[in-house]
Design a protein. Sequence first.
Length: 239
Amino acid sequence: MKILANNLKRQYDLFAQEYEDKAIEVLRSGWYVLGQEVTEFEKEFAAYTGSKYCIGLASGLDALWIGLKAMGVHENDEVIVCANAYIACVMGITINGATPIFVEPDEYDNLDASKIEEKITPNTEAIMPVHLYGQSCDMTAIMDIAKKYNLQVIEDCAQAHGTLWQNKMCGTFGQVGCFSFYPTKGLGGFGDGGAIVTDDASIADFVRMYRNYGSKVRYQNEVVGANSRLEKCKQDYYV
Ligand SMILES: Cc1ncc(COP(=O)(O)O)c(C=O)c1O
């Protein structure tokens, strides 16, 4: 018997009527980028994760690189990441001119916390735990190390929507939690999508501005930002 790793058509069929009703409602609304639907989703997803803020973005990759930028990670900084993480984790770091420092995985294929300290240098700025296959990294050990060395933490939860570590949602331990809504993910959309969650108002403000061409007020652009609005995928700005 052939068992598909993903069967999106089967998942679609389970709730087809609901999806189609909603799609027609959105099409007839005349509003297709950001707007009320995205704002509502951001509120619900923030509440679901137990975060103060959620900002929708165009992809999980964008969540990683824009999240790191909002944390102030830049050239010459080092970010510790699992050696077997997805390419997007590495690109999130290198797009900002920073250097990924690889740590071998543990028996669960996640960042091995016992091997982090030997990789810390004066240039280390952040740790990026990537919660692979729906399983959490050891966030108690990782947060202890971050505290000890005064490092920031950005969690990649692209494969860990709703994953708990000791009853606390993954994505809420560090400064920023990054999510992907690519169709095959735990919470998949009809197309690309992503988000960050954070409790830090200044990070939330920066990401909200940055995703929209660096603009809070129409036609006033404070920084050279990106077009990374949820429901939109335009990926030529970081190459
Ligand atoms: C662990 C991990 N991080 C980041 C990403 C990037 O997400 P996206 O494809 O939405 O850019 C993915 C999935 O593709 C992933 O599995």
